[in-house]
Design a binder for this molecule. Sequence first.
Ligand code: IPM
Ligand code: MN
Length: 360
Amino acid sequence: MNKKIAILPGDGIGPEVTEQAQKVLSTVAEIYGHQFEMESALVGAAAIDATGNPFPNATEEVCKKADAILFGAIGHPKYDDDPKAKVRPEQGLLAMRKKLGLFANIRPVTSYDALLPISPLKEEIIKGVDFVVFRELTGGIYFGQPRGRSEDGNSAFDTCNYSKEEIIRVSKLAFESARNRRKHVTLVDKANVLATSRLWRETVQELASDYPDVTLDFMFVDNAAMKIIQNPRFFDVVLTENMFGDIITDEASVISGSLGMLPSASVGVTSSLFEPIHGSYPQAAGKNIANPFGAILSAAMLLEYAFGLNDESELIKKAVDDCVNAGFVTEDINKENPKSTTDVGDKIVSIIKELSTVNS
Ligand code: IPM
Ligand code: MN
């Protein structure tokens, strides 16, 4: 298979972890005889420094030409500490989602047996957790207009709006995913307070009649926040709007033992982008200590979702499992005997090579 992959390393630890994911992609390409042409482009603070724009046109072009996008992380403390900054790296991420039409963000949440002891949650609660969150990504309060300040500057406002069409397209993906899983969708909303949430409930309920084999239930977001840590095995597919999804996926990441473990996919009609859910972790940048598993697993999701290369994707996931179970991990997981970012990347490459010779 011949494919173009846009590589957007971004800020902080983004470049280091993305490099490990690229090594893994090249290894898999070699084993299976694929050609992955990778082209890098600037995004985030790195792009602001170079061009003044966090998502430059040149980067947009590289993304549009590509069959899939692998993204690292975005954000720099010099902007976080300055609420008056005119351009912010995060605007690059939001512009990218909107311009590329990436309307659905898919975040799987699983627990690793080897990591159960380091989770702040009890083992018996998180063992065997396996759910996936479908977060709407280009609507809601993140993008609603009008937004801004009153004339005197003493009040501010944001707008949350949703159309049925925006709700339906992400909901369809959630129901279809449920069909391949345990056939259970939970819509998380705040329908006791918000008009947009009531539209979500009404629309999703209507759509559910097309999926009679899938069970649909509803949960208020405050209750869901509680249930995710009290009884996370209840969930199979969680469907929710943009801001609720942002918050509960960070919460849910605690289950896996480290924020550094989790990948995500953002899919649209013509583009799809894959990224670890962690941020740019500026304190660790350049130190070769960041956890690359989230980035490597994002590459696995890319192969599966964008190219339909399921065997290749499974091979990477198996290598990550083996590596974690062998205790070959970065310092966020093992402080006593930590491995470096590049060590973990190299180890995954060698496990993949071993596994592929055993299987062939
Ligand atoms: C995420 C991030 C972004 C979001 C920020 C960086 C704008 O937290 O991808 O979850 O809020 O969507
Ligand atoms: Mn977030």
